[in-house]
Write a protein that binds this ligand. Structure first.
Ligand code: ATP
Length: 406
């Protein structure tokens, strides 16, 4: 398929300051491409070059296989619309007037705007949720409202390709999602290339991501191909964990450390399941504890968390009863641990052994949350017995931390 946009070996920048170094890329028609990268790496400069605000010093940009400079300004505006970060709206036009400016490429030299132009402007205000602002002055609306108005104006151009420089930077979370869903729904009729800082939102909405280094492309592919722990580390010099979001199936990045970076000497074994341990595992991990976990079914949500965090875990085949081998492994681990924490996990006969293992231990045991007992009381009996022998109950993670951390 012929790409709608083809960038060939461009070098671009400001006077004698080169920002983009020999960059090549293509954009397929109908796709939603996100451009990501550190502050100052050249994302806006690239967008300016694609939208003809800046001419490349070397190389060529083709729109539908025609060089950008071959287009007259009206035809160009009908093909490509750009919503920029720093916008030039300083005069007190009404919101409707601003949106109607998007129709200028279609108006004749002497012709006023047609009924069709008014209809399209109204439509664009409707889909960007700005209709109620139509009579207000652009200089008197909020940053987020203004951003939505500028998107409406550019959409009124009815471009075939839409470039967006941080389209959600001023928007609250509701409007971020609203605008990104709106933009996503424009594809495949319209091609979209947008600069984003929120990696997780970009992963959720874009079908392709381009990660930029200093004026070059570091990675280009699907969100799963680009947003890897290694790539994010190399690009942003941060320690992030790339996991797959259970609801979206898209990559989701979380900071590897949210608290202390140094290891604390506390060894904690977590017995959990069904996602009841996920928050606890992340919290202990961020506090630098040395964590072990299990026995967990290999497909359990908590098992996924331990895999992502690189926690030593005893895993069992899903839907199988806990085996003697797994029990032996946990018994061995428990011998070396300082503290054992049991979450309010679902316990049936298949995993009752997770509690039975604790009958023999002399290590402190903490129960956090009520276990969900599917064993006609057998699990509750073991828990009560362990509490009689000195196990503790705590009601939440902060209370647990206050009791166990040095
Ligand atoms: N008009 C300009 N004149 C001179 N240098 C500029 C100009 N605009 C940007 N730069 C410089 O070019 C480099 C790239 O800037 P650019 O705005 O393209 O980065 P960016 O990746 O979009 O950054 P951010 O994420 O902070 O928006 C930076 O070093 C910046 O200071």
């Amino acid at each position: 398929m012929t790409p709608i946009l083809r960038v060939k070996e461009i070098v671009a920048g400001y006077e004698d300051f080169t920002v983009i170094h020999n960059l090549s890329m293509t954009v397929e028609a109908g796709s939603f491409v996100g451009i990501l990268g550190k502050n100052g790496c050249g994302k806006s400069t690239l967008l300016k070059t694609l939208s003809r605000i800046l001419s490349p010093n070397q190389g060529t940009v083709y729109l539908n296989e025609h060089k950008l400079e071959e287009y007259d300004s009206r035809t160009f505006a009908k093909n490509l619309g750009c919503v920029r970060q720093e916008t030039d709206v300083v005069f007190p036009f009404t919101v409707r007037e601003i949106v109607l400016m998007g129709r200028h490429p279609y108006a004749g030299r002497l012709n006023p705007l047609s009924a069709e132009d008014l209809k399209i402007a109204d439509e664009m205000m409707q889909i960007t949720n700005t209709t109620h602002l139509a009579g207000r002055l652009i200089t008197e609306v909020s940053g987020g409202e203004r951003q939505r108005v500028l998107i409406a104006r550019t959409l009124a151009q009815q471009p075939k390709i839409l470039l967006l420089d941080e389209p959600t930077s001023h928007l609250d979370i509701q409007h971020q999602i609203e605008i990104l869903s709106l933009i996503q729904n424009l594809t495949p009729k319209i091609t979209v290339v947008g600069v984003f800082h929120d990696l997780n939102l970009a992963a959720q909405f874009c079908d392709r991501l381009i990660l930029m280094g200093k004026g070059t492309i570091l990675a280009d592919g699907t969100p799963a191909e680009v947003l890897t722990t290694e790539m994010i580390g190399a690009c942003f010099q941060v320690d992030m964990i790339a996991c797959i979001h259970p609801n979206t199936g898209k990559p989701h990045l979380i900071p590897a450390y949210t608290g202390k970076e140094e290891q604390v000497s506390l060894r904690v074994h977590v017995i959990s399941g069904g996602g009841t341990g996920t928050d606890l595992l992340h919290t202990l991990y961020s506090r630098g504890c040395q964590i072990t976990a299990g026995v967990l079914a290999a497909n359990d949500t908590d098992a996924l968390t331990t895999r992502v965090l690189g926690i030593e875990t005893v895993r069992e085949t899903p839907f199988e009863k806990i085996s003697d081998n797994s029990i032996d492994q946990v018994s061995q681990i428990i011998k070396d641990t300082d503290v054992i924490v049991v979450t309010g996990m679902p316990i049936g006969y298949g995993n009752l052994a997770n509690l039975e293992i604790l009958k023999e231990t002399t290590k402190p045991v903490y129960f956090i949350g009520e276990i969900q007992d599917y064993t006609k009381g057998a699990a509750e009996e073991i828990k009560k017995d362990l509490i009689r022998k000195g196990a503790f109950t705590v009601s939440n993670i902060p209370e647990l931390l206050s009791r166990i951390l040095p």
